[in-house]
Design a protein around this ligand. Structure first.
Ligand code: F6P
Length: 436
């Protein structure tokens, strides 16, 4: 019903737009960047739907593989691939980045402006006057550099950032779209792990490795199970405090006094007192263009430590990419907010804003109320918002009730994905990508 209404409004707007040629009609473009989430396509849907409603906007282009698509002139007219309400719903329920993604760092334009000229050429070719970039803190570096370049050269192209990341580590926003769904998956999966790991009458330790780079938000979210009466995960370790192997072993031995099955949540980015990653010796040397090391293998590393030091049955589980794209257990709140922040970004650009990112501000936890605002991009790009140390318990191995109050509203609500042969249906927008 809602989409039928928005479609009707879109048709009306298109009639108005045709009559307004020669006026202030513009085209816009949108791209997705960084690691996948369940909600990034909802923000794409938000930009698309608001673009269709906005009388000033005619064409809405999608760029394949983030800013790389703009550089290489690989755009798609989104109305040719998102054709109706059903496609919008499918897009919202499809995880990952429907237009593909990139990890691309723009050079400083005063040192090398070649790539900026290419971007400008593409924008001129398609008459694009506003660009929306959906991404995390690294992707906001692109928003910052691009908007600064346009301002410095007196070019009227608006650039607006739309946050997303499962890591929840983007500065100046209460939370990021994508986080609530990943947290819901982690809590749900952790509960299933607890059920599975507690069946035998024998001592066991199960270590669950969770993503988040240098921020512990996601790992911490496994602690919400407490509100449903679970005592596990018994131990939660976050990168915000230095990790000690000796204390870790002591903590496990302590829990073993009252529980045969010990469940531990560890953040992939745990560091020792000296600043080195705990699993440094096992990490690959692969570093992305923003200098982030590829983190994986901490769980296995700790599994071997526990085997050696305690000697009971030990299993490690690395949730890995499963936690980014688990749309079957997506948070409806997350997807709805992701759509809303995409819509808001378009309104902000039309109001004349540029060089900003749209942020969420939390008004209250109960009832859960949020508002949107904009923040200048320089305060956000390349910064990292860590999990508050005041929300970590005194023993540095768990979270406080205040943290749970923060998490809970973000994970509420379920979606009913369209199923085919018992499997959720996803939309594929990559068919139209030019192969170069
Ligand atoms: O930034 C999101 C994230 O999923 C991190 O949690 C993780 O460390 C990283 O991306 C993995 O990066 P990639 O997708 O490049 O392997």
């Amino acid at each position: 019903m809602f989409f039928a209404l928005t479609n009707f409004i879109a048709i009306l707007n298109n009639i108005i737009k045709i009559n307004s040629v020669g006026g202030f009609i513009i085209n816009i473009a949108v791209a997705q960047s960084g690691g996948p989430t369940c909600a990034i396509n909802s923000s794409l849907a938000g930009v698309f739907c608001q673009g269709q409603k906005q009388p000033e906007i005619r064409e809405i282009y999608g760029s394949y593989n983030g800013i790389q698509g703009v550089i290489e002139d690989n755009l798609v007219d989104l109305s040719s691939v998102i054709k109706n309400d059903d496609d919008i719903t499918l897009l919202m329920h499809t995880p990952s980045t429907a237009l593909g993604s990139c990890r691309y760092k723009l050079p400083d334009f005063d040192k090398d402006n070649e790539v900026y000229k290419k971007i400008l050429n593409t924008f001129k070719k398609y008459d694009i006057k506003a660009f929306f970039y959906i991404g995390g803190n690294d992707s906001m570096d692109t928003v910052a550099k691009l908007s600064a370049y346009f301002k410095a050269n007196d070019i009227d192209i608006k650039v607006v950032g739309i946050p997303k990341t499962i890591d929840n580590d983007v500065a100046m926003t209460d939370h990021t779209p994508g986080f609530g769904s990943a947290a819901k998956y982690i809590a749900t999966t952790m509960q299933e792990i607890i059920r599975d790991s507690s069946v035998y009458y024998l001592d066991s330790v199960t270590i669950v490795e969770i993503m988040g780079r240098d921020a512990g938000w996601l790992t911490a979210s496994s602690g919400i199970l407490k509100v449903n009466g679970e005592v596990a995960p018994h131990l939660i370790y976050l990168p915000e405090v230095a990790f000690s192997i000796e204390k870790f072993i002591d903590d496990i031995k302590n829990v073993q006094k009252s529980s045969k099955s010990v469940i531990v949540a560890v953040s992939e980015g745990l560091k020792l007192e000296n600043g080195e990653y705990v699993a440094n010796s096992c990490l690959s040397d692969t570093v992305d263009v923003f200098g982030h090391q590829y983190l994986s293998g901490l769980g296995k590393y700790l599994e071997n430590v526990v085997k050696k030091e305690i000697g009971c049955k030990v299993r490690s589980i690395e949730l890995n990419v499963l936690q980014r794209c688990a749309s079957h257990i997506a948070s409806k709140t997350d997807l709805d907010e992701a759509m809303m922040i995409g819509e808001q970004a378009v309104k902000n650009a039309i109001e004349g804003k540029t060089g900003v990112m749209v942020v969420f501000e939390r008004i209250s936890n109960s009832p859960y109320t949020i508002a949107t605002n904009t923040v200048v991009i320089e305060k956000i790009a390349n910064k990292e918002k860590l999990f508050p140390v005041k929300w970590i318990n005194d023993s540095n191995n768990g979270i406080t009730d205040e943290a749970i109050e923060y998490f809970l509203p973000l994970m509420q609500g379920e979606i009913s994905p369209l199923m085919k042969n018992g499997i959720p249906v996803h939309i594929n927008l990559m068919h139209h990508k030019k192969i170069k």
